[in-house]
Design a protein around this ligand. Structure first.
Ligand SMILES: Cc1ncc(COP(=O)(O)O)c(C=O)c1O
Length: 393
């Protein structure tokens, strides 16, 4: 495998897959690995110090979504949090064997629901419009007295569409005490966009550290006080007995630090990314006028994600042509990008296999600069010319 250049020398626009840990995160993680390596369950001073760091990290994560720190349960990431939200509901509410979700959820939700369907659960997957938006009316129409859970993602990870979680949550809350629980997969919107679990009426929310400049292997599930979710891992009783196992302290402390980093300048960063997204959209259209933008043009889309199809070309070929010019992008979600099958999300949106196979996702982060966008457009122009020339041969 050829060598990867230093990050300063490449343009990295695959941040919806993972982000580069912030230097302040690396510093905090190194501190835990080097000095504060105690186990939070130990009774001596090193243990007490670790426990303090754990509590502080829990508070930092809670603050981002307006939760209480006792409502945050650390996990290994977003996949585990999503699996737990669903499996824990199944364990607690077996008498209500119905779940409502959408056709564009992350595989960590969809494959869990497929598995439950095989086990006899009724699953209603609601479709989306051409911009990837689910209609709250359709969600509510699907809810029955047997519905245990409504699970909706906040920001779609491939195309960036923002779902109306606040509206859906408020309507579910209006159903009264015997209502379904409301789970939000917030992995792509967490820390970047404002979230208020109380105002939105959320019962369960999934988060992940490595999408926000933390490190891989850490995440969290918010469980609203009063929701009696079944445990995920049995053992020594960590995480209030719901998710046993010695805590991943470097990952957790890094996660809390990443939350602090974002809370300092979130709005400023996101305003900057919104202008970069516009610059990128205009640039892509100028070099390939037939490019098809998936998801909303500018309103109702997360500023860090921009997804285009280049009909007639293969996404994978474009990706490698860009890579040869030191620009790193993705053909779809990271989990499915090793398989050359059309993206199920683009298929759900357009039903057009050519568009689904020619898709490229550009995703930005705190590190992205205007120069990165201009370099990307230039590299795209050269790549598309090269690929079109090959096609004509
Ligand atoms: C919307 C969404 N949910 C869940 C996940 C899974 O998160 P993790 O990589 O932390 O397991 C991802 C990762 O791509 C995601 O984008």
């Amino acid at each position: 495998m050829s060598e990867v250049k230093r990050h300063e020398d490449i343009v990295y626009l695959d941040n919806a897959s993972t982000t580069r840990p912030d230097p302040r995160v690396i510093n905090a993680v190194t501190g835990v690995l080097g000095h504060d390596f105690g186990n939070p369950s130990s009774l001596h001073r090193l243990g007490a110090r670790a426990e303090r760091l754990l509590d502080e990290s829990r508070e930092r994560v809670a603050r981002v979504i307006n939760a209480e720190s006792g409502e945050i349960y650390f996990t290994s990431g977003g996949t585990e949090a999503n699996n737990w939200a669903i499996a824990g509901t199944v364990a607690s509410r077996a008498k209500d064997p119905h779940i409502v979700s959408t056709t564009v959820e992350h595989p960590s939700v969809i494959s869990m629901l497929d598995h439950l369907h095989e086990d006899g659960w009724e699953i209603s997957l609601i479709g989306v419009d051409e911009e990837g938006r689910v209609d709250p009316d359709e969600i509510m129409d699907a809810v029955t007295p047997d519905t245990a859970l409504v699970s909706i993602m906040f920001v779609q990870n491939e195309i960036g569409t923002i779902q109306e979680c606040r509206e859906i949550g408020r309507r579910i809350r209006g159903l009264g005490p015997k209502r379904p629980w409301f789970h939000v997969d917030a992995v792509q919107g967490f820390a970047r966009l404002p979230i208020d679990v109380k105002d939105w009426g959320v019962d369960l929310m999934s988060m992940s550290a490595h999408k926000i400049h933390g490190i891989k292997g850490a995440g969290a599930l918010y469980i609203r006080k009063g929701v009696r979710l079944g445990p995920l891992v049995f053992g020594g009783g960590q995480e209030s007995g719901l998710r046993s196992g010695t805590e991943n302290m470097p990952g957790i402390v890094g996660f809390g630090t990443a939350c602090e980093v974002w809370s300092e300048d979130r709005e400023e960063v996101m305003t900057r990314l919104a202008s970069f997204r516009k610059r990128l959209v205009d640039g892509v259209r100028s070099v390939f006028p037939d490019a098809v933008l998936h998801g909303p043009e500018d309103e109702g889309v997360a500023p860090h994600i921009c997804h285009f199809s280049f009909p007639g070309l293969r996404g994978e070929s474009i990706l490698h042509a860009l890579e040869a010019r030191d620009v790193y992008v993705s053909t779809g979600s990271a989990c499915s990008s090793h398989k050359t099958r059309p993206s199920p999300v683009i298929m759900a949106l357009t039903g057009n296999e050519d568009e689904a196979l020619s898709a490229i996702r550009f995703s930005m982060s705190r590190d992205t600069s205007e120069e990165d966008i201009d370099r990307t457009v230039k590299a795209l122009d050269e790549s598309l010319r090269e690929l079109s020339a090959w096609r004509r041969k």
